[in-house]
Design a protein around this ligand. Structure first.
Ligand SMILES: NC(=O)c1ccc[n+]([C@@H]2O[C@H](COP(=O)([O-])OP(=O)(O)OC[C@H]3O[C@@H](n4cnc5c(N)ncnc54)[C@H](OP(=O)(O)O)[C@@H]3O)[C@@H](O)[C@H]2O)c1
Length: 324
């Protein structure tokens, strides 16, 4: 019998890639969003749009009925986490409880706080010493404590890939490619954890297919690409076939104006992630699913550029580079 997944936030960065990956694997996909789904998802018979607000509890309960898996891929805008992150997590938990579905969450590395060590394992101590770390720790704690809910967090680094803009990849790193510039937010000599979304989405499918082994609450880490900024630049240079000069972000200026620009204040608070080397240890994930989907970096970067270029909101300079 076909399995069914409800994806909350199916129009989002990971959401739309998850919807495609589950559909490709033969699942029936219920794709929740408040707006139209990205064009790439339309016309697929096994993707059923669910148009509702994720905070509309009765609508979500109806959408969850009969689902085997629910993925909580909702994400309030960065300045709204205080107000919305936990209510959205509760909405996902309640939907899972009402349906008996396995609840899956794409976790991030915020939970480890400012002093995150270079290698992050599922049992690395979590430290709520920044507001967003506290929120993520609390959201995961609620999932783990929810009675009658089986859950799994698959933690990953910064996303790249897919057609939905808004990641460091399109907002910073590849934005100046047209003029030969690679904008890197941190120390380009230290490792930073990245998750190429098509690989991560396939990993979600493989874990979901092993859901009978996932009673209770679980945490898995997805290693993705842990590379230096220099290695990322070299991969981009290979793809666009020209040398790129590395530029930084105007952190000093951003810090000065941060009190007046809420989004910049939030971004400046999380700058430490670009100053501390980190990678994720995926041994537990490999133990569960065997080999983990992994596209070589250069190929992933090339495809990510093409996919973001195909998106209607791609900037002209980005589009030119992607075409090149
Ligand atoms: N981005 C990363 O690099 C990264 C890395 C690791 C983990 N993660 C985690 O992965 C998850 C998804 O992240 P993402 O970057 O894919 O998300 P995203 O694209 O920023 O947002 C996903 C969806 O959340 C919905 N949403 C936003 N505000 C909402 C609200 N007030 N009420 C209801 N729905 C709302 C929006 O759906 P509609 O507007 O269509 O309704 C949006 O498309 C998050 O938990 C995030 O922390 C992200």
């Amino acid at each position: 019998m076909t399995s069914t997944v409800l994806i909350l936030g199916a129009a989002g960065r990971i959401g739309h890639v998850l919807a495609a990956a589950f559909a490709e694997a033969g699942w029936t996909v219920r794709a929740q969003a408040r707006k139209d789904l990205p064009a790439a998802l339309s016309g697929r018979g096994n993707i059923v749009p669910v148009r509702c607000d994720a905070l509309d509890a009765p609508a979500l309960r109806r959408a969850a009925q009969g689902a085997d898996v629910i993925v909580h891929a909702l994400n309030p805008v960065y300045t709204e986490w205080d107000r919305l992150a936990l209510p959205l997590a509760d909405a996902a938990i309640n939907a899972a409880r009402s349906s008996g579905a396995l609840l899956m969450l794409p976790g991030n590395v915020y939970n480890f706080g400012r002093e995150l060590p270079p290698v992050l394992s599922p049992d690395t101590p979590q430290r709520g010493d920044v507001p967003k770390a506290r929120i993520r720790i609390e959201a995961e704690a609620r999932m783990a404590a929810a009675s009658g809910v089986d859950s799994v967090v698959i933690r990953a680094g910064d996303f790249f890939g897919g057609s939905q803009p808004g990641s460091w990849f399109d907002l910073a790193m590849t934005r100046g490619l047209g003029s030969g510039k690679f904008v890197y937010p941190g120390d380009p000599a230290i490792d930073h954890a990245w998750a190429y979304l098509p690989d991560l989405a396939q990993t979600f499918v493989r874990v979901a297919e092993r859901r009978t082994q996932l009673r209770g609450a679980h945490r898995l880490h997805f290693a993705g690409h842990a590379v230096t900024g220099n290695a990322f630049r070299e991969a981009l240079e290979d793809v666009v076939r020209k040398p790129l000069r590395t530029g930084g972000m105007p952190w000093g200026f951003m810090r000065i104006v941060a009190p007046f620009v809420p989004m910049w204040r939030e971004i400046v608070t999380m700058r430490y992630l670009w100053q501390r080397p980190h990678r994720l240890d995926d041994s537990a994930l490999r133990q569960l699913i065997g080999s983990v989907p992994h596209t070589p970096l250069k190929q992933a970067v090339a495809q990510a550029l093409t996919d973001i270029h195909a998106a209607p909101s791609a900037s002209p300079s980005l589009s030119a580079s992607a075409r090149a």
